[in-house]
Design a protein around this ligand. Structure first.
Ligand code: MSP
Length: 504
């Protein structure tokens, strides 16, 4: 098993503020990263902004600003949102950084020298909003509209450099079929059937009519296609060495996972691996291509006017409810509704009633009978061993799920553990014990163990609430799962606790 983990998110277009859909992707990535840190891995995460291209060029013009001044302003808001959501990224990749621009130029030259790039004339159609090319056939098939965003396609005819991806059609098909993990599985078939079976066409990777881009080396009039530029952020950000073909987080001891929305699977799972193959670089281990957040109007997006602004939701609810909602309610393989009512219901049911109440009931009972000092666990009292076994098993399954990057299944285990704890409290009725005894001591110790374990398991998800839990104890917050104590006897509860307030 690798000792390092590199998790990436797409780099977002700074043509508008980010919405809940972007927040969802980054929360998933951050949650997986935090789990891996607790699990003892050297885990890092990258995110960033995709700042070149026709779309940004036009948008900044509309706003009467230079493209750079415009993106600088918007990118500040990205950083601010990630801070509010506790997104602990290690690399924030801006494609206008000099490091990245130089890197992309060098890769272009490298591939040109290897004979993978040639010049010609591009004739075809283009979606400016998605920065995506369409062939004549696809243009007609899709009723002259972009199949992703539905906007009108524009005809382009201009001199261009092409990347010889067609030579890699069979290779990439085999790569998808045999050696790569794409979650959910059905995206593989979609790519192969809708795209590779027809045969790949060489990709136009430069534009003469777009000024706002990285210049093609040794060319006065061309800039590099924004997707070729953007995909390389995954390498430039971690200082990938083109000659040595490696980086600290791009080597055989790193598990590399890319997280993205399903609409950009083709760029990530077809073009990016081909570019890596051309460079002789190691290939990623996994792509998680998740579904969309939708409302009644369809995919949440600025153009449909149905976006929900995460900042106002965080102001009202805090970040934990959102982070929890995305871990507990949304499966990667489906499009899912998102609304404030659903968020509120998930928050009240799970964080307030289940987690919050179980913790405060447990703390109160220990405070009443044992002055807040966790009483001893008597192993000999086998009557309670079933519950002990349950919580241990749920913890093991949680680890297994999360080690497969399945944060959704892992979260279900936490909920199950809390439900079992709440039921255990109801059935063993600790409040009926008026005197100290080995039995009540064991019951309360077990309840405490369960809340401690649940809080540790929640650490990658509800960053604030779990910290609040540990702050109420006289022991250090665990920074690794291996810090979980073997015995909970005598831990002192030093404070009253109210983890979450109910929302009306
Ligand atoms: N700049 C490209 C990505 C380049 S990565 C090398 C891009 N940017 S984007 O701003 O359009 O962001 C798209 C991504 O944002 C999606 O792939 C997804 O991660 C996230 N989402 C945007 N809207 C979303 C939903 N409605 N639902 C879920 N995720 C969404 O594409």
């Amino acid at each position: 098993m690798s000792s390092k983990k590199y998790i990436t998110t797409p780099i977002y277009y700074p043509n508008a503020s980010l919405h809940m859909g972007h927040a969802y992707t980054n929360i998933v990535a951050d949650t997986i990263k935090r789990f891996n840190l607790l699990d003892g891995k050297d885990a890092v995460m990258s995110t960033g902004s995709d700042e070149h291209g026709q779309k940004i060029q036009s948008k900044s013009k509309e706003e009467g600003e230079s493209p750079k001044a415009y993106v600088d302003k918007i990118v500040k808001n990205f950083v601010c949102l990630w801070e509010k959501l506790d997104i602990s990224y290690d690399f924030f990749n801006r494609t206008t950084s000099s490091n990245h621009e130089e890197f992309v130029g060098n890769i272009f030259t490298k591939l040109q020298n290897k004979g993978y790039i040639y010049s010609g004339t591009y004739i075809g159609y283009y979606c400016v909003s998605c920065e995506t090319h369409y062939s004549e056939e696809k243009y007609l098939e899709n009723d002259k509209k972009c199949s992703n965003c539905g906007k009108d396609l524009k005809r382009i005819e201009e001199e261009s450099y092409f990347l010889k991806v067609s030579e890699f059609n069979d290779w990439v098909k085999e790569y998808l079929e045999k050696s790569i993990d794409i979650t959910p599985e059905n995206r593989k078939k979609e790519l192969i059937n809708n795209f590779l079976n027809e045969g790949l066409r060489d990709l136009s990777i430069s534009r003469t009519s777009v000024e706002w881009g990285i210049p093609v080396p040794n060319s006065k009039e061309s800039t590099i296609y924004v997707w070729f530029d953007a995909l390389l952020n995954y390498l430039s950000g971690i200082q990938y060495d083109i000659e040595k073909k490696t980086a600290k987080y791009w080597d055989s001891d790193t598990n590399i996972v890319h997280i993205l929305g399903k609409e950009i699977t083709r760029f990530h799972c077809v073009y990016f691996p081909i570019i890596l193959k051309m460079l002789g670089a190691r290939l990623p281990d996994k792509f998680i291509a998740h579904g969309w957040l939708i409302t009644e109007k369809g995919k949440m997006s600025k153009s449909l006017g149905n976006i929900i602004d995460p900042i106002s939701v965080i102001q009202e609810y805090g970040s934990d409810p959102l982070r929890f909602y995305f871990s507990n309610n949304i499966r990667f393989n489906e499009d899912s509704k998102f609304s404030i009512d659903l968020l509120k219901e998930s928050y009240n049911t799970n964080l307030v009633n289940l987690y919050g109440n179980t913790v405060s009931r447990t703390f109160k009972m220990i405070q009443n009978l044992y002055d807040g000092k966790v009483p001893k666990y008597y192993e000999s009292l086998v009557i309670h061993s079933e519950f002990k076994k349950d919580i241990d098993e749920l913890f093991s399954s949680y680890l297994e799920n999360f080690r497969n990057d399945d944060s959704i299944e892992a979260t279900k285990k936490i909920i199950e553990l809390l439900r079992k704890t709440s039921k255990y409290i109801d059935e063993s009725k600790p409040w009926t014990f008026k005197e100290k005894s080995n039995e009540i001591s064991t019951i309360l110790n077990l309840c405490f163990q369960a809340t401690y374990l649940a809080s540790t398991m929640l650490m990658p998800i509800t960053t604030r609430g779990s910290q609040k839990y540990f702050n109420a104890l006289d022991v250090k917050t665990p920074s690794l799962f291996s810090d979980i104590p073997l015995s909970f006897d005598n831990i002192q509860i030093i404070d009253k606790i109210n983890l979450y307030d109910r929302k009306k």
